[in-house]
Design a protein around this ligand. Structure first.
Ligand code: HEM
Length: 458
């Protein structure tokens, strides 16, 4: 069934107030993601969860996703739910800004990220993938599993540094990447913990965070300072230059230093991890679905020769893109995101008072049986154009929806499409025998016991 199921308002909201012990036991057993899935399966599509002082509304149904992100979006924003992220990592950069601050930044950056705009980055995607392939070829014969999440992070981090900052920092790249991951883990811990220890308390976690923060901020500041020392005609045509040189249409002023740093960190953090996870899950999914893998290989072998693919080659690789889309359905790197009600609202007949935190549960929407037949099956044919067109638009929202949809969605789809094509043409990834990944939420979707995989040449 593909049409939206109308909900009867009286049935739309379930109240759920589990004891702390119940929640902790469930999280220990099934992980945080497993617990949220259990709440959805047992309670339904719209659930108000109360746990002590904490309260949120879990939103899964595509109609509700549309309501919050699109039709009634002026009632929702990134308010309190984003305070920790704003305060500790992203400041007032584009992911966490609100109101006019956000609108101005989005308008400034949007041209870089249109479907045409991102084609400019294509050569970077190709050359960074070639570098990875050379490294993998050199390692052939080692026959030891690699941690696929790390492998993919290294290549997507290099891509974002090249694309946004026109720089390649080698060893520093690994330290920056590691520090950002450390900060995100710290923030996720704070968001999930019942009590918050102030940042000034010198706990090992806070100290680690401070060190990571100093390193990353210093690095971005240095990139900006280095560019200022160059004559204007030598500034590369990249996002950083755009941010540093474009005057605000209304105020006529340039972006202040702090906002440049905030956006530098934002772009690095938002622009590599989710894509890396998507690619790692893709290799996992292929390793578990040999028939899909066979069809993918057949398409690649028929279209690609020995030379790296061009943009026009990609148009001849529709099945490859279907595989990518299906990975983003079953393994959405951002499995949930928050929106805060900034005004009273009525959602499907249910009163949502101002100040309510809603958690939009992408991972569950993507498995909703009213919209997906055999939801757990990995089936790229769901993305045949006619089937895609017949589906509720918000049954699939790996990049969120509405005006605050991921700015980098075209960028990451092109990046993932070409990397999948290049890597799967030459390599086959196999899950380490006996390994069963335990998917869970770590800010983004991850695996508690990693994703060790063997790389075989084809
Ligand atoms: C598969 C890869 C990706 C996924 C699944 C993904 C997912 C998302 C999601 C769900 C959001 C909304 C977050 C929220 O509302 O809290 C978002 C926002 C955003 N993403 Fe991505 N993203 C990906 C790749 C990228 C890349 C490559 C970039 C940059 C090059 C990027 C830049 C951004 C930005 C700037 C925003 C904030 C947009 C705004 O608020 O106006 N993302 N992304």
């Amino acid at each position: 069934m593909t049409a939206a199921r109308p909900l009867e308002p009286a049935r739309a909201l379930k109240e759920y107030a589990p004891s702390t012990l119940e929640v902790l036991t469930s999280i220990r057993r099934e992980g945080f993601l497993g617990w949220q899935m259990k709440v959805w399966r047992e309670q339904g599509d719209l659930v108000r969860v109360r746990m002590g002082a904490r309260e949120f509304v879990l939103v899964t149904h595509p109609e509700h996703v549309r309501h919050i992100n699109v039709t009634q979006r002026e009632h929702y924003d990134k308010a309190e739910s984003y305070d920790v992220l704003r305060e500790l990592l992203l400041g007032n950069g584009i992911v966490t800004a609100v109101g006019d601050d956000w609108r101005r930044q989005r308008k400034l950056m949007a041209p870089f990220f249109t479907p045409r705009g991102v084609e400019k980055f294509f050569p970077i995607f190709v050359s960074d993938t070639q570098e990875l392939m050379e490294r993998w070829r050199a390692q052939q014969g080692a026959r030891r599993p690699v941690e696929m999440l790390d492998e993919m992070m290294k290549v997507t981090a290099a891509v974002i540094l090249h694309s946004v900052f026109s720089t390649d920092s080698g060893e520093t790249l690994l330290r920056i990447k590691h520090s950002i991951e450390r900060m995100i883990t710290h923030i996720t811990d704070i968001q999930m913990s019942p009590v918050r220890i102030p940042q000034w308390v010198p706990t090992p976690g806070n100290l680690r965070f401070r060190r990571a923060h100093t390193l990353v901020t210093g690095y971005i500041q240095e990139l900006i300072a280095r560019r200022r020392t160059l004559p204007a005609e030598q500034w590369p045509d990249d996002l950083l230059t755009k941010l540093m040189t474009t005057r605000d249409e209304e105020t006529g002023t340039l972006m202040v230093e702090q906002l440049l740093v905030d956006n530098g960190i934002t772009m690095f953090a938002a622009g590599h991890e989710t894509t890396a996870r998507t690619l790692a899950f893709l290799w996992y999914a292929l390793s578990q679905n040999p028939e899909v893998e066979r069809r993918l290989h057949a398409e690649l072998d028929a279209v690609l020769g020995d030379a790296p693919p061009t943009i026009s080659d990609l148009k001849k690789l529709p099945y490859t893109l279907q595989v990518v889309k299906e990975v983003l359905r079953l393994y959405p790197a951002a499995p949930m995101y928050a929106r805060d009600a900034i005004a009273d609202d009525t959602l499907d007949g249910v009163h949502i008072p101002q100040g309510t935190r809603t958690i939009i549960f992408t991972y569950a929407t993507h498995r909703h049986p009213d919209f997906w037949e055999a939801p757990e099956r990995f089936d790229p044919d769901r993305w045949l154009p006619e089937r895609e067109a017949a589906r509720h638009a918000q049954a699939y929202h790996p990049f969120a929806a509405g005006p605050r949809i991921c700015l980098g969605n075209n960028f990451s789809l092109l990046e993932t499409h070409v990397m999948t094509a290049m890597l799967a043409r030459r390599f086959k990834m196999r899950l380490k025998p006996g390994h069963v990944p335990q998917f869970d939420l770590f800010g983004t979707l991850g695996s508690r016991n990693g994703l060790p995989m063997l790389i075989e040449a084809r």
